[in-house]
Design a protein around this ligand. Structure first.
Ligand SMILES: Nc1nc(=O)c2c([nH]1)NC[C@@H]1CN(c3ccc(C(=O)N[C@@H](CCC(=O)O)C(=O)O)cc3)CN21
Ligand SMILES: CC(C)C(=O)C(=O)O
Ligand SMILES: [Mg+2]
Length: 281
């Protein structure tokens, strides 16, 4: 093989090896940002994978963007499993994460295990659950049984009715200290990844440096996390109504969906998204 790469051999078009937790940790160690998007079907999975998205999240946001519900609370395990099977068929190399929906893991550790098994058997490689404190025991139970877990702190939408709205979390000193303690507990319990949603950028930065064993993924959490995530329909400009400030419409700067997704990936990798002023708190 020639060492001179032809255009067709360029790294952006060359078939990529499937991502692993090991590879994601290498990326974090080398400072390469992780680009994640939500994904709910096979067609988008193929496009996102080919565009270089590192992680696909079958988010329970599907309840809002696909089903038209007012929150993620009505989403069922069967629905997430169905969309996970769809995404798994279209995906080739991206790391595939599925959300445990509301009510599928809160009862006890055994319920969380059964729900996680259903999502893993649907094709997920990692499950995500919301909240801190009581969840640490569940995270330990799952990780000890071979299930990679992503935790989720800050704005946890399944608790929207308890939180009183989609609001920035961890703004007070007490709130920030609590979130930091919960992140540490989740890391100690074996969580490999942590989504930080709608938290002040300095707090997300602090959690990231305090827990090097966690792959932190920010959404409205500033630039310091190991990676970023957005809801696919938001970054493609499809979502109607008032959008969170952390959203950027990449379709407005691109001629087709794949180009918009490629732009998102390159902006995340270059540290140009999120913009500290426009997309952070
Ligand atoms: N389409 C979509 N995008 C999302 O990012 C998303 C969902 N759906 N569904 C589940 C949750 C809900 N999310 C939300 C919803 C609203 C705000 C919001 O209105 N934020 C305001 C106020 C923040 C504040 O200052 O307290 C903002 O300007 O960002 C944020 C996150 C994030 N998730
Ligand atoms: C926004 C991400 C983190 C999520 O949990 C979802 O899409 O459900
Ligand atoms: Mg979710």
């Amino acid at each position: 093989m020639s060492s001179h790469a032809s255009p067709a051999d360029d790294s952006s078009t060359r078939a990529r090896k499937p991502l692993s937790l090991f590879r994601l940790r290498e990326m974090q160690a080398s400072g390469e940002k992780i680009a994640m998007l939500t994904c709910y079907d096979a067609s988008f999975a193929r496009v996102l994978d080919e565009a270089g998205v590192d992680c696909l999240l079958v988010g329970d946001s599907l309840g809002m963007v696909l089903q038209g519900q007012a929150s993620t609370v009505p989403v069922t395990l069967d629905e997430v499993a169905y969309h996970t099977r769809c995404v798994a068929r279209g995906n080739r190399t991206a790391w595939l994460i599925a959300d445990l929906p509301f009510g599928s893991y809160q009862a006890n550790r055994e319920q969380a295990l059964a729900s996680s098994v259903a999502l893993m058997q649907a094709g997920a490689q990692m499950v995500k659950l919301e909240g801190g404190g009581w969840t640490a025991e569940t995270v330990r139970f799952l990780t000890e049984r071979g299930i990679p877990v992503c935790a989720h702190l800050g704005l946890t939408p399944q608790s929207v009715f308890a939180l009183g709205g989609y609001r920035v979390q961890g703004r007070s000193d007490e709130g920030a200290a609590k979130l930091r303690a919960q992140a540490r507990e989740l890391a100690d319990a074996g969580a490999a990844m942590l989504v930080l949603e709608l938290v002040p950028a300095p707090l997300a930065a602090r959690v990231s440096t305090e827990n090097p064993q966690l792959l932190t993924i920010g959404i409205g959490a500033g630039t310091a996390c190991a990676g970023q995530v957005l809801v696919l329909h938001d970054m493609l400009g499809i979502t109607r109504g008032k959008l969170p400030r952390f959203v950027r419409n990449f379709m407005a700067e691109a001629h087709d969906v794949e180009a918009a997704v490629r732009l998102y990936v390159s902006e995340v990798k270059a540290g140009r998204f999120p913009h500290p002023e426009h997309h952070s708190y």
